[in-house]
Design a protein around this ligand. Structure first.
Ligand code: GLP
Length: 243
């Protein structure tokens, strides 16, 4: 538990930086990092960019896989997760274009796109560290309540709560929020050798309580972190309200 959003961001960014720096990459085995979007990780990305500018970390041998992407939004739409990642992280650091993996929500065959994504992860020997956030309903990536805890990357219909929560990014207009997304599965995240989840704000406090104080269950998909041998939740004081 850290005091506020800034401290959660600094701690998490420091943690990721240390992991990248401790890892000894080879050509066959780069550091494979899973990444989220949303307002939660913006502070972490900001700090990582600062670390990069100060020469404290490099992304030269880092390969990334993003958790999710909306279906049907143009690639360069301001709210696409691709645009988000370029604006908040990728364009500011030395990551190689070919090392960035973001699901293509405009692929002709969406199922095939999801299969390819899983295959790419497997080819690199799996994900070293998956950084994540959660929705107020406890969803991880777009694994909405009721998602199988053994799910893999797939097309998912968004829950009404998620559409409502994300309408703020579409001028408050619910009708403009895509209704489908491509998302890694719960198992895709939990297969990572390490999982770090950032949770801030009182509006996430119920989800945090359900995640760690109740049983593992598919209605609060982030609760699956309880089964992970190396799962870490970094939260702020506000998020602990219901604990
Ligand atoms: C979306 C994303 C999730 C993210 C969630 C919370 O639903 N698919 O990966 O965790 O938003 O976003 P925020 O951090 O803005 O609360």
């Amino acid at each position: 538990v850290r005091q506020d959003y800034d401290e959660v961001s600094s701690y998490s960014a420091y943690y990721v930086k240390e992991r990248i720096n401790q890892f000894e990459p080879t050509k066959e085995r780069p550091f494979v990092l899973g990444l989220p979007t949303g307002s939660s990780p913006i502070g972490v990305y900001h700090k990582l960019v600062e670390f990069y500018a100060a020469g404290e970390v490099s992304f030269e041998h880092v390969v990334t896989f993003n958790m999710d992407e909306y279906v049907g939004l143009p690639r360069n739409h301001p709210q696409s997760y691709r645009t988000f990642m370029w604006n908040h992280l990728f364009k500011h650091v030395d990551i190689k274009l070919e090392n960035v993996h973001i699901l293509d929500g405009n692929a002709e065959n969406l199922d095939e796109e999801c299969r390819k994504f899983e295959a790419e992860i497997a080819k690199l020997g799996g994900i070293e560290l998956f950084l994540g956030g959660i929705g107020p309903d406890g969803h991880i990536a777009f694994n909405e309540p009721g998602s199988s805890l053994t799910s893999r990357t797939r097309v998912k219909t968004l829950a009404y709560e998620t559409i409502m929560a994300n309408a703020r990014f579409f001028g408050g207009d619910v009708s403009r929020v895509p209704k489908l997304a491509l998302t890694v599965g719960v198992a895709t995240v939990m297969d990572a050798r390490e999982v770090v989840i950032v949770i801030t704000g009182a509006h996430k406090s119920l989800a945090l309580a359900k995640c760690i104080e109740e049983g593992v269950n598919h209605m609060w998909t982030v609760s699956s972190i309880q089964m992970h041998p190396k799962g870490l939740i970094v939260c702020d004081e506000d998020a602990t309200l219901e604990l």
